[in-house]
Write a protein that binds this ligand. Structure first.
Ligand code: AMP
Length: 338
């Protein structure tokens, strides 16, 4: 879509933030309202009632997301900016999200890279970030591995094998033609970093971090069940300060790589997901080019790192709204939309 032409018809004093009612929408909409923006939640049929409980949401539209494109026309007339998140991409699919006719906060083109496990790892590698070793031939595997089926979501559809024999036997039970990658299973503790790529301030902010609470790896399974990584929640975490420079370096390296390979570069929230080994090396196995649900742990209280930039606690919803409001003030709203 032609964002420039669309924005010409926008009344910037009546901007609205719209998002799909799920994932991190409460945080996004609360932040937008606090900074004086209008707020709209688009809810799947049957789920709007919950979002109507909250006074910071001006309007809840209940609609089948199969007709999101039709709704987009009305939203544009209403001066809306869409904030994408994981559930939005999951519900409408990345192809439709790429073409959704509504100004979208951040770089929507990154979701195409996110959707493909191989492209995803290539982008991380290009950024100079250490990634787990990959194996093409199962018989060459010489260490524990994790197998990721293409299209697996939230850790569902992954399995672990401790060696080549177990891997070959487990692979024989998946469907012929299924696409998957075989990746070294990195031993250590997980840590997921939240960054914010700011056009307004021309910097990458290390904004927060979290841990995932995953069933059954975090459950009371007592070795009675196979490990599964279905995310059920998130837990806040801070790292030892001596690790922060490397985390910042990875965040900036990723931003530079995206600027080169996926113009117009990284805008707004993004995340790198890592395992930290016992030698304190950090291996990144995944990224998200938009807000992650792990930022919800700081909703309303702000992340500990946010005070380093703003001298007051801020959550990611407020940070997004701050960027929108300040881009408008500088006449640069177009720079943060695709
Ligand atoms: P993902 O859906 O890619 O975020 O992965 C789900 C979970 O699998 C992560 O939260 C990690 O706990 C685990 N995981 C994924 N890849 C690796 C890896 N290469 N080594 C160790 N754990 C991993």
């Amino acid at each position: 879509m032609n964002i420039e032409a669309t924005l010409k018809n926008y009344d910037l004093s009546k901007l609205k933030v719209v998002t799909i009612a799920s994932h991190s929408s409460l945080q996004i909409l609360r932040g937008a309202k606090r900074l004086g923006l209008g707020t709209v939640a688009v809810a799947k049929p049957g789920s709007g009632w919950f979002y109507r409980r909250f006074t910071f949401i001006d309007k809840v539209i209940e609609v089948d997301l199969g007709s999101m494109e039709q709704l987009a026309g009305d939203l544009v007339k209403d001066n809306s900016i869409l904030i994408p998140h994981g559930s939005y991409v999951e519900y409408v699919g990345w192809r439709r999200a790429l073409n959704m006719p509504i100004p979208t906060f951040g770089n929507r083109y990154i979701i195409e890279w996110e959707a493909d496990q191989r492209k995803k790892m290539k982008l991380l590698e290009y950024a100079g970030i250490p990634i787990p070793k990959s194996f093409n031939d199962p018989t060459q595997v010489d260490r524990p591995v994790i197998v990721k089926l293409s299209g697996a979501k939230g850790g569902r559809g992954y399995f672990i094998a401790k060696d080549a024999n177990e891997l070959v036997s487990k692979l024989s039970s998946i469907n012929v033609g299924d696409d998957y990658i075989i990746q070294e299973y990195v031993i250590g503790v997980p840590a997921y970093y939240h960054y914010f790529g700011s056009k307004v301030y021309g910097r990458v902010e290390l904004f927060g971090m979290d841990l995932r609470y995953e069933s059954n790896v975090d459950g009371r399974s007592f070795n009675l069940a196979e490990p599964t990584f279905v995310v059920v929640g998130n837990i806040p975490v801070v790292l030892r300060e001596s690790l922060l420079p490397i985390v910042q370096k990875y965040g900036e390296g990723f931003s530079r790589a995206v600027a080169e390979l996926v113009p117009p570069g990284m805008i707004g929230p993004y995340s790198l997901e890592s395992i930290i080994r016992d030698d304190l090396s950090i291996i990144v196995f995944e990224f998200s080019g938009r807000i992650v649900a792990g930022t919800n742990v700081y909703m309303g209280i702000g992340s500990p790192y946010s005070v380093l930039y703003f001298d007051k606690p801020m959550d990611m919803g407020e940070r997004i709204a701050h960027e929108i409001v300040n881009s408008v003030k500088r006449g640069k709203l177009i720079d943060i939309l695709t």
